[in-house]
Ligand binder design. Structure first.
Ligand code: ZN
Length: 71
């Protein structure tokens, strides 16, 4: 499973994936859903993740870390 395309419509993840919802495992992005394919519940989850996680590049792959307040 590649994490650089929407798992539903196969749209490529943009450089700044605003509103995209990711499934994370051990801090590594496993799959993503674009804003157009998300259900209301998934969209809320994405908003929460954006508020609490910082997206970083880890060994060339997208990853997330908790926000520290220093961003
Ligand atoms: Zn999609």
């Amino acid at each position: 499973m590649s994490a650089n395309r929407c798992v539903r419509c196969r749209r490529t993840v943009p450089a700044v994936p605003t509103g995209w919802n990711g499934e994370w495992k051990l801090g590594i992005l496993k799959s993503v859903i674009c804003p157009d394919c998300q259900s209301v519940e998934e969209n809320i989850e994405a908003e929460i993740n954006e508020a609490t996680l910082s997206y970083v590049s880890k060994d060339g792959k997208p990853a997330s870390v908790p926000k520290t307040g220093r961003d």
